[in-house]
Every structure is written in structure tokens, then in C-alpha cells.
Design a protein around this ligand. Structure first.
Ligand SMILES: [Zn+2]
Length: 372
């Protein structure tokens, strides 16, 4: 029996979208879902109570960053990540692969794993598939991700083929190292770059290894959107119907819609929290760069259709003032709003799937979102 089980409730008659439930050791998640990112064991500036209030069902945390600081032994001593950060709902941890590979000249890839130097103090480390599982076991996440290589874009076919085959071998090692299967689920990751035949090869190899869920990695890495949607649609057909599908690192409103339409159930992205700190809001009428002078005397809320704490209480003029003055509250208010906006979008998407009208909903939503 796996720690995480996917229940398919219904499929949309207008698209490939799926309505489902993910049963986890820390509760049930309604899918499709957007997962706020809490890299350093915190969704920047948000308390767990605030996250729950805006409808967060699950959050994501980062193996590489927590391994570097404060260290996974310390978090284990604290009773695991849920206890350490006081979040009692599900947590997904990525494997650290993406961050390690992003280190560029600071890292070296071998069959064994990846050797690298810390971005904090230059110290030497090696992460192997076994180590990634050991760290995530100590963190106690509900869903842990396999250690994989996300090939860069662009990358030549030969490199991508070798890389995805190594990712499959690493997944087998992750599965062998993963003992706590009743409390933690391990998801495999399909790679293959922008090559359709390699995506198929990777999907067939990865799904041949029996696991409670599968992710699609290596997309949204700089390729044009039409290529991303084409590769995504091509890849999903090789994934099993009875397991959840997670598209990694994708979270703009149009990407969420296009992903759900192609049958994806789970998403994560730093975009809503990152642009919040730069003074930008995502609203039902499109992006609002609230730091712009246009909003200096705008005493309306960020988004007339939003029900969040920020929109119920504050004006654009006030939030603009906070951002201009570098006040922490400005970033906090925008973070609350941006996360609520995406979580509410996913709620509306789930309703539209239930009513078999997701394509109609997409058209209405994008018409307003891009009206400017
Ligand atoms: Zn709002």
C-alpha cells in the first residue's frame, strides 16, 4: 500500500482535464492543484494559518536548500519538516536535482551522482539518488521526488538521451533506497527535453517502475510556449490514468489552464511569490504593476473579483506606497493576493471541469486576463 493514492472523480467532456482527489498521510487534496513554494521551509512572509486561509492544500519545499541550511539532521531532530515549520497539511519536497544542476561550473555529474560546491560557503558535497532519498526521509515529506537531471534548453539529442537514461537508472536507485513507503510516496520524473521520441522513451521507462505518481520535468526551461504545450500533450499520453501527474515549475495562469486541459493534476511555481516581492499582482484583469505611477492615487482594490484579505482591506495606492518605501507589508499583501488568485483560479478550474465547460471557462478567463 502506497502512502499516496489518486482517486479519479471525473474527466471533463470538453478537454483532457481530470477532477480528482489525492489521499495523503496529512489529508486529502482536491486536484488539479497549485502548490505554493516554500523553499526555505517557509512560503516567504506567510504563516501557516494565512496559507490555510487562502486555500492552500499542500506546499512544496526544497531539499537542496534545507540540506545546505539548517541541515536535514537538525530538521529530523525537530520532529520533521511538518513539526519544524508548524504546517500540518501535506508537503512535497523536490529532490534538489534542479538546484544542483543550476549551479553550472560549481558542479560535476557522474554516474554516481553530482559533486558540487555550496552556493553559501563553497564547501564540497555530493548528492546521489540514495542521499536525496535519505534527506527527504529525514524531512518527512508526504511526497518526495526522485533525483533526476533536468537537461538544459537547448540541448543536443545525444546529450538528452544519455541524460534521460541516467535519470531512469537513478530512479531505480531511489526506489531501492526508499524504505518508508507507508508514510512517504516517491514520484518518478519523466525527462527527454524537446524530443518527442525521447519523451516517449523516458515516459515508458519511468512508468515501468511502479510508483504512486509521476512528474514531467524539463519543461518551462526557456523554450517557446507552443513547443512546451506540444511536448506536454505528447508526454501525458504515456502516463497511467490511475496515478497523479505533476508538471514541475509551471504556474502562470495560461500555463495552468493549458496543463490542466492536457490532463495534469499538480503544479508548482515561484512566480506568484517572486513577482509579489517586485511589486506586481496577477488579477482577473491581467497583471497590475502596482509600483507604477499610474496607481499613485488609485483608491480601488487590486482586483474587484478577489476575496483575499488584501483586496478586502487595502487600495492600490496604499500598496504602491508600501512597495516604494520598501516596507515588508507591501510584499506580504501582494504575496497573499497572488497566491489567493492562483488558488482561486484552480478552484474555478475544478468547478468548470465538474460542469464539463473548461474550454469555455478558459476562453472567458483569458479574454479578461489579456484585455489590456
Ligand atoms: Zn486579492
Amino acid at each position: 500500500m502506497y502512502a499516496v493514492r489518486y482517486e479519479l472523480i471525473k474527466k471533463c467532456r470538453q478537454s483532457g482535464a481530470r477532477l480528482g482527489r489525492l489521499h495523503t498521510p496529512h489529508g486529502i487534496i482536491e486536484t488539479p492543484i497549485f502548490m505554493p513554494v516554500g523553499t526555505q521551509a517557509t512560503v516567504k512572509s506567510m504563516t501557516p494559518e494565512e496559507l490555510k486561509e487562502i486555500g492552500s492544500q499542500i506546499i512544496l519545499s526544497n531539499t537542496y536548500h534545507l540540506y545546505m541550511r539548517p541541515g536535514y539532521e537538525l530538521i529530523k531532530k525537530a520532529g520533521g519538516l511538518h513539526e519544524f515549520m508548524q504546517w500540518d497539511k501535506p508537503i512535497l519536497t523536490d529532490s534538489g536535482g534542479f538546484q544542483v544542476f543550476s549551479l553550472g561550473p560549481l558542479r560535476k555529474i557522474t554516474e554516481e551522482g553530482v559533486e558540487f560546491r555550496s552556493h553559501l560557503d563553497g564547501s564540497r558535497h555530493t548528492i546521489t539518488p540514495e542521499k536525496a532519498v535519505e534527506i527527504q526521509t529525514a524531512l518527512g515529506s508526504d511526497i518526495m521526488m526522485a533525483f533526476d537531471e533536468c537537461a538544459p534548453y537547448p540541448a543536443d539529442r545525444d546529450y538528452v538521451k544519455k541524460s534521460l537514461e541516467r535519470t531512469t537508472r537513478w530512479l531505480r536507485r531511489c526506489k531501492d533506497a526508499h524504505k518508508n513507503t507507508e508514510n512517504q510516496a516517491l514520484f518518478g520524473i519523466v525527462q527527454g527535453g524537446m524530443y518527442k521520441d525521447l519523451r516517449e522513451q523516458s515516459a515508458r521507462e519511468i512508468t515501468a517502475i511502479d510508483l504512486p505518481g509521476y512528474a514531467i520535468g524539463g519543461l518551462s526551461v526557456g523554450e517557446p510556449k507552443d513547443i512546451m504545450y506540444d511536448i506536454l500533450g505528447h508526454t501525458v499520453q504515456f502516463l497511467p490514468e490511475d496515478k497523479p501527474r505533476y508538471l514541475m515549475g509551471v504556474g502562470s495562469p495560461d500555463d495552468l489552464l493549458e496543463g490542466v486541459i492536457r490532463g495534469v493534476d499538480m503544479f508548482d511555481c515561484v512566480l506568484p511569490t517572486r513577482i509579489a516581492r517586485n511589486g506586481t499582482a496577477m488579477t482577473s484583469q491581467g497583471k497590475v504593476v502596482v509600483r507604477n505611477a499610474t496607481y499613485a492615487e488609485d483608491f480601488s482594490s487590486l482586483d474587484p473579483e478577489c476575496d483575499c484579505y488584501t483586496c478586502r482591506n487595502y487600495t492600490k495606492a496604499y500598496i504602491r506606497h508600501l512597495i516604494k518605501a520598501n516596507e515588508i507589508l507591501g510584499a506580504r499583501l501582494l504575496t497573499i493576493h497572488n497566491l489567493r488568485f492562483l488558488l482561486k483560479l484552480m478552484e474555478n478550474i475544478r468547478t468548470a471541469i465538474h460542469e464539463d465547460r473548461l474550454l469555455d471557462f478558459k476562453e472567458e478567463f483569458l479574454k479578461k486576463y489579456y484585455q489590456k
